[in-house]
Ligand binder design. Structure first.
Ligand code: G6P
Length: 608
């Protein structure tokens, strides 16, 4: 995610802000900027690229004197990673400057309204609406203008705001994005992340959602959303820098697993407006969609497995055949692709060499390309005809988790969107599916709440030499990704099988004590897989079953059961993958593996 820092005191702000930004570098970013107030005039420097560039531009901050400032590292979501789209953003009259973390979901309607009122937009960001709203509501009261502006915002935001009429003050606001305040002596700070503060102070205040803080060199006053002051007690940070970077989690992978309710929400909810799916970036008309005879999904690794899971939803809802192909295979095959094919390319990094090559090959045959990508401005995003960004925030652990679930969530969204555009859904069914999609973040959260037993289960299965994962249909898709996670980070041999295939060979490998993870979550077909549990149990297997809450039969068959909340069977994979990610994580931890950087693996595979 983006990072923000703010400072107000009696020293020059810019060098402190630059130092704070450097501490946030580990989160990943593509541009950076600072704004400083000097005697009632705000100056801004911002660049795409590295913080070093910003340091050079400002001579380490020396060219930007002033005692109050705000700064930002951007991870592009709305708009390419350019100088203009970098934060801070400035109001038309130059009186206000804003940095923002998060996503403003209703920015399009606000933008229209503000443009109608004569405000000029310079960037493509969702953030710029905030600074113009503040300008619109300003009548001499800085805090009141910020409060009025934020009352119009839907989505998530941590904001830092400067006002040139009040040079010794900065305002910070928090809503569903991390933000903490640092208390110094004669100076105060805010930051999205404690790492940016610990070099200066370990005394911090935590803001709750909906709260606003006014910071001056001497004071911090926190208000609730009605403007009433809220008493706060300072806490002392005991984390070292490394622990702070991981938000207190032991590994980035665990942090990213736990971020999934928020990441999936960020991928889905801005695209559901007034109970309709809006995929503005996918500009195919219903007529063009009707001309699509075949969809090919291509990707590598986990992204390929996300495609395997998404296929079920697209075929069922859109009645279009979907062929999921490994990019490394597709690029050397002679694919039956023409202009009636829609190619969907999945890639977290947007830079995977095989995926790019497969995409180019299919484009040369006339296919239109829809890319689902996390990194804004990446090669795949640039080459595609249409790009839907995942908005998952930077992923640091090599083994993807939130990348996979956000990719899959967008495939679901696409399936429902296209089915409706093709006239294949009744309004009632369309609304039901949208409701199911909107409930996914909450259901992922429930998986965490329901599964405190996972570390204990991991210590039971961590000594296995090999683990089989079985399932059918969407459960089979989850098995593929679950087994890959186990292989990648714990180095245990793990193999996914379509449960119906057991009898055709694999069952010969089932012996006394052989662990089998049986996925029985798809309510249409779970019973069949439960029969397979009986078959492997009869041969001595030790079975860990995954089932939807309420399935009592499975308790009598399996040795251990993990329960998850149910959703429409088409969308179930995104929920059931969560305990499988955690199982792999805890097994790897139990075995002392280097979880964030597994041996021989790379985060982005940019060579063939
Ligand atoms: C590597 C990563 C995987 C990822 C795959 C595809 O193998 O370790 O986590 O799924 O590449 O990467 P992409 O960036 O194209 O999604």
């Amino acid at each position: 995610m983006c990072g923000i820092v703010g400072f107000v005191g009696t020293r020059n702000a810019a060098p402190i802000l630059l130092e704070g930004l450097k501490r946030l570098e580990y989160r990943g970013y593509d541009s950076a900027g600072i704004a400083v107030d000097h005697r009632g005039v705000i100056s801004i420097s911002k660049v795409s690229g590295r913080i070093e560039k910003l340091c050079e531009l400002t001579d380490g901050g020396k060219t930007m004197p002033g005692f109050a400032g705000i700064a930002h590292t951007r991870w592009a979501t709305h708009g390419a990673p350019t100088d203009v789209n970098a934060h801070p953003h400035m109001s038309c009259d130059g009186r206000f400057s804003v940095v923002h973390n998060g996503i403003i979901e209703n920015y399009m309607e606000l933008r229209d309204e503000l443009m109608g009122n004569g405000y000029l937009f310079r960037s493509q960001t969702d953030t710029e609406v905030i600074v113009h709203l503040i300008e619109m509501y300003y009548d001499g009261n800085f805090k009141a203008a910020v409060m009025k502006a934020t009352s119009r915002l839907e989505g998530s935001y941590a904001l830092g705001v400067l006002c040139s009429d009040e040079p010794g003050k900065i305002i910070a606001v928090k809503e569903a994005s991390p933000l903490i305040l640092g208390i110094g002596i004669g100076e105060n700070f805010f930051a999205s992340d404690v790492t940016a503060l610990v070099a200066y102070t370990r005394n911090v205040l935590y803001l709750n959602d909906g709260e606003l803080a006014e910071l001056t060199p001497e004071n911090i006053t926190v208000y609730d959303c009605t403007g009433t002051p809220v008493p706060k007690t300072a806490s002392r940070v005991t984390w070292d820098i490394e622990a702070a970077e991981k938000g207190g989690y032991e590994h980035f992978m665990l942090k990213e697993i736990m971020e999934q309710p928020r990441a999936v929400k960020a991928a889905l909810t801005p695209r559901i407006q007034e109970n309709r799916i809006c995929l503005d970036e996918f500009r195919m008309t219903p007529g063009e969609l009707r001309g699509i005879r075949k969809i090919v999904i291509t990707a590598c690794g986990s992204a390929y497995y996300a495609g395997c899971a998404g296929k079920y939803a697209i075929e069922k809802l859109c009645h279009i055949p979907v062929d999921v192909q490994l990019a490394s295979e597709l690029r050397y095959s002679e694919p039956q692709i023409d202009s009636s094919t829609l190619l969907i390319v999945l890639s977290q990094s947007g830079e995977t060499a095989d995926t790019i090559a497969a995409m180019k090959e299919c484009q040369s045959l006339g296919a239109k390309v829809l890319a689902i990508v996390n990194v804004v401005g990446s090669t795949i995003a640039k080459l595609a005809d249409y790009t839907l960004y995942m908005w998952a925030g930077p992923e640091i652990a090599v083994a993807t988790t939130k990348g996979y679930t956000t990719q899959l969530s967008i495939l679901y969204l696409f399936a429902v969107y296209a089915a409706e555009a093709l006239g294949l859904l009744s309004e009632k069914e369309y609304q039901r599916l949208i409701g199911e999609l909107q409930a996914l973040p909450q259901k992922i959260q429930q998986v965490f709440d329901m599964n405190g037993i996972l570390p204990r289960l991991a210590s039971k299965y961590n000594t296995a030499r090999s683990i089989f994962y079985i399932g059918r249909n969407t459960d089979y898709a989850a098995a593929l990704e679950g087994a890959l996670k186990m292989k990648e980070i714990s180095y245990l041999h793990a193999e996914a099988y379509a449960a119906g295939e057991l009898k055709h060979g694999t069952i010969a490998l089932i012996d006394e004590g052989q662990p089998v993870v049986a996925l029985c979550c798809n309510d249409r077909i779970a019973e069949k897989t439960m029969n397979n549990i009986l078959e492997v149990k009869a041969r001595g297997a030790q079975v860990l079953a995954l089932a939807v809450k309420g399935n009592r039969t499975v308790l009598t068959q399996a040795d251990d059961v993990i329960y998850i909340p149910g959703t429409d069977s088409l969308f179930q994979t995104v929920v059931e993958i969560i305990p499988l990610q955690l199982l792999a994580y805890y097994v790897a931890k139990e075995n002392g593996c280097d979880i964030d950087k597994p041996k021989n693996l790379a985060k982005a595979v940019t060579v063939e």
